[in-house]
Write a new protein. Structure first.
Length: 166
């Protein structure tokens, strides 16, 4: 891929913030996911709300929402966005010891919200780790990716093999 195809690189190869001033405001959506793998007994503590630090899912949900709102402070070239919606949801695979994390982010704006969705998932996963590390230091965060994005000039994207998740 040439540097001209990278929107955050100028013609001299230097990092730059993309100029979005000429773009139209459109409704935009991004959905991201990730996983935290852990001992099944650790997942049981989370699901039964018996973790020593408190309600793991509530803390991770709030952390993910807060992180999405502050993405522009964490990722140097992201624009500050007034988000319309941030939802963080969890689904457990008890026998596998796997906690699935999904974030949906919406905005009416000039740029997409993929980074906000990815940041929400990442920080929610990190919060699960932080709240449970005393009982399971072997937890692994993985599979963080964009499942779907919609809106804007680049059009609709859906990860291969994924159903529409709006």
């Amino acid at each position: 891929m040439s540097s001209s195809a990278l929107t955050h690189i100028n013609e001299r190869g230097e990092a730059r913030m993309v100029d979005i001033s000429a773009k139209d405001i459109t409704s935009r959506l991004a959905v991201a996911e990730g996983y935290v793998s852990m001992a099944p007994s650790t997942l049981d503590l989370i699901l039964e709300d018996k973790a020593q630090k408190g309600d793991v899912l509530a803390a991770a949900r709030i952390a993910g929402i807060m992180a999405a709102k502050r993405t522009h402070e964490l990722i140097p070239l992201c624009h500050a966005l007034a988000l319309n919606k941030v939802a963080v949801e969890f689904d457990a695979e008890r026998e596998a010891g796997k906690l699935n994390v999904r974030a949906t982010v919406k905005v009416d704006g000039k740029t997409g919200v993929e980074m906000e969705a990815l940041t929400a998932v990442s920080v929610a996963c990190l919060t699960v780790y932080d709240m449970c590390k005393a009982v399971d230091r072997g937890m692994v965060m993985s599979g963080i990716r964009v499942l779907e994005k919609a809106g804007g000039r680049s059009g609709h994207y859906r990860a291969a093999g994924e159903a529409e998740v709006r």
